[in-house]
Design a protein around this ligand. Structure first.
Ligand SMILES: [Zn+2]
Length: 62
């Protein structure tokens, strides 16, 4: 007997989307993720990136 399983949705999500920079998961309070091609960035990292773009470089993590 041939049994073919079809996924309900053509888009298969293998893992929860999480920020590629700090690892925060979508769903944490106040965290919004922006999806790029294969990556995500959260609202916090976006504000950090904004600071960097404005010339305020935070100390790099060790
Ligand atoms: Zn982040």
């Amino acid at each position: 007997m041939i049994w073919r399983r079809r996924p309900k949705s053509p888009k298969v999500v293998r893992h929860k989307p999480r920020c590629s920079f700090c690892g925060k998961e979508k769903g944490e309070r106040g965290v919004q993720l922006v999806a790029g091609p294969g990556v995500y960035i959260c609202s916090e990292c976006i504000s950090v990136a904004n600071d960097i773009l404005r010339g305020h470089n935070p100390p790099a993590p060790a």
